[in-house]
Design a protein around this ligand. Structure first.
Ligand code: PEP
Length: 254
């Protein structure tokens, strides 16, 4: 089965609304020739409205970097799925390792956020990944299985149509260290096997699994060429329009 490549820039806490608009203005003409790929950006909450407006009529998807699971209420500093939907975003990233590391994200909260986002009609990128200590201790598969079982618990096969999994080894994020294409592919094949155990083979064949962790213009092609790597979640290399475009083009054209 051929799965459409999906490449998303996670801007983290970078770019003001004005900077997001400037990025999209520069990236828009380059995105026009990007066929057979879904391209998205995930700006900060305060830049979302400007980014959605600037991306109107283009093939650039706009998403958020987090969402709360409650519909409304006393959750100071949080944003609900309905609020994101109202702004016009298409997807949300959930469970990024920085959220897990610095903000107490757990598999249970990943699951609650995912369900709230799906209920509001948003697509969800669910991030998973092992630390260096876990990889060196031969715990990678156990960690990923636990994260997938917990994060995707209670979802249906239909829900899974709106889920993308991002496998991001924590030791490769923002470090310049990339998993080798073989290592990433083997690990992502394992993730697909876990999805098959949970939802059946058909869902596992269909679900897209991105790789994330120091993906750049010069390594994107060999990573995305692997059978189990269906795109990328990109941090640093998504912040400049030209380097992000180069990465996307290399990934899809090989
Ligand atoms: C990320 O934060 O999701 C990421 C992959 O970052 P970087 O590309 O900078 O390693």
């Amino acid at each position: 089965m051929s799965r459409k490549v999906i490449i998303v820039g996670n801007w983290k806490m970078n770019k003001t609304a004005a900077e997001a608009k400037a990025f999209i203005a520069e990236f828009k003409p380059m995105a026009e020739s990007m066929n057979n790929v879904q391209v998205g950006i995930a700006p900060t909450f305060t830049s979302l409205a400007a980014a959605v407006e600037a991306a109107k009529g283009t093939n650039i998807m706009v998403g958020a970097q987090n969402v709360h699971w409650a519909e409304s209420g006393a959750f100071t500093g949080e944003i609900s799925a309905a609020m994101l939907k109202e702004v016009g975003v298409q997807f949300v990233i959930v469970g990024h390792s920085e959220r897990r590391q610095y903000f107490g994200e757990t598999d249970e909260t990943v699951n609650k956020r995912t369900k709230a986002a799906l209920a509001a009609g948003l697509d969800v990128i669910v991030c998973i990944g092992e630390s260096l200590e876990e990889r060196e201790g031969n715990k990678t598969e156990c960690v990923l299985k636990t994260q997938l079982n917990g994060g995707l618990a209670g979802l249906s096969a239909v829900d899974m149509d709106k889920i993308v999994i991002a496998y991001e080894p924590v030791w490769a994020i923002g470090t310049g260290k990339t998993a080798t294409p073989e290592m990433a592919d083997d690990t992502q094949a394992f993730c697909r096997k876990v999805v098959a155990e949970m939802f059946g083979g058909e869902v596992a064949e269909k679900v897209r699994i991105q790789y994330g962790g120091s993906m750049k213009g010069d390594n994107a092609a060999e990573l995305v060429a692997k059978p189990n790597i269906d795109g990328g979640l990109i941090g640093g290399a998504s912040l400049k329009a030209a380097s992000f475009a180069e990465l996307v083009n290399n990934a899809i054209n090989g």
